[in-house]
Design a protein around this ligand. Structure first.
Ligand code: MTE
Length: 317
């Protein structure tokens, strides 16, 4: 484990105490100790799936004022192929994932790199609630009250170099914890990528919770990406590595079906998927017949359209 950048004083508390006092930590009640080597993760920690309330502030400017999808739908209708391909599989099977303790590696084109306890990162990264629209490429949608923090705030602490043009994310590869990784349905581990300006955009967040509680395993515990103007497959789950790269990363669904899933994956009602229209979406939790028009950039056009000025969005889908 490496010492964290950004003036962070790693704590000597055991992981269990860190976990149990996360609310106090996030409220800023815990002062950091002297700089020291980061504590080793311990095996006797409770699983993060024993849902605990999180401490966070409400971020209204970036939140939509829409009624969130019921918790049961957000946590019972999932895509997480490491645990099966049916929508109900992740909830039934993801108990084998052990999201605590967890380490996160920062790598690649940055002045500071290393492997860190997620707890130590979370201690120094205040959380916010962001109520975002969520649009899957399969043409269904939800409204989800995520709890997390801006990805850019974390990335800046590692001082990316001028060669850092993209950010690549990798999911845990451990077929014992993620039995679906024994099947060759997708190339494992799941990987995703963003252009640097997309990664640094204030709407792009790393998520640790939803509905005010620690993220359930099936939703990508303990740490997942959310980019609300892109299709849901960009929202990689259970992240163990974030790397700054010079070349555009390949992303899992693009490797699996390059004609169907692009790198950008911006929500776009005018660019159909080869096998279905993207003009409308099924509203999960609204009954089987609830459909609504899909919005350009999933409704975040004012915030993000300038990132793609001059680009042919049919070509860069
Ligand atoms: N991340 C990993 N590691 N594995 C996956 O199968 N599925 C993606 C994305 N992240 C997936 C993943 C897809 S296709 C979608 S739509 C969203 O997660 C679903 O997130 P949710 O289950 O929380 O709604």
């Amino acid at each position: 484990m490496t010492k964290l950048p950004g003036g962070i004083a790693p704590s000597q508390i055991t992981s269990r105490e860190v976990f149990m006092s996360r609310r106090a930590l996030l409220a800023g009640a815990l002062a950091g100790g002297a700089a020291a080597a980061l504590p080793e993760a311990r095996a006797d920690t409770p699983p993060a799936s024993s849902l605990k309330p999180l401490k966070y502030t409400l971020d209204r400017p970036y939140s939509v004022s829409l009624k969130p999808t019921p918790y049961e739908d957000i946590t019972g209708y999932n895509n997480f192929y490491e645990f099966g391909t049916d929508k109900s599989d992740p909830k039934a099977n993801a108990y084998t994932l052990r999201p605590h303790p967890w380490s996160l590696t920062l790598a690649g084109e940055a002045e500071i790199t290393g492997t860190y306890h997620l707890d130590d990162i979370l201690k120094t990264q205040p959380l916010e609630e962001r109520i975002y629209r969520f649009r899957c490429v399969e043409a269904w949608s939800m409204v989800i009250p995520w709890v997390g923090f801006e990805l850019g705030a974390l990335l800046r602490r590692f001082k990316p170099t001028s060669r850092a043009k993209y950010v690549e994310f990798t999911t845990l590869f451990d077929p014992q914890q993620m039995p679906g990784e024994r099947d060759s349905i997708l190339p494992w581990p799941y990987v995703e990528g963003l252009r640097m300006d997309e990664a640094m955009h204030p709407l792009t967040i790393l998520v640790v919770g939803l509905y005010g509680e620690v993220l359930p395993n099936q939703d990508g515990a303990p740490l997942r990406l959310i980019v609300p103007w892109k299709y849901g497959f960009k929202g990689i789950k259970s992240i163990v590595k974030i790397a700054f790269t010079e070349q555009q990363p390949r992303n899992t669904w693009n490797i699996a079906a390059p004609d169907e899933y692009g790198f950008y994956a911006n929500v776009n009602p005018n660019v159909p998927h080869p096998r279905w229209s993207q003009a409308t979406e099924r509203v999960i939790g609204g009954g089987w017949f609830a459909r609504q028009p899909t919005l350009m950039f999933n409704g975040y056009q004012n915030e993000v359209a300038n990132l793609y000025r001059g680009m042919d969005l049919h070509r860069y889908f």
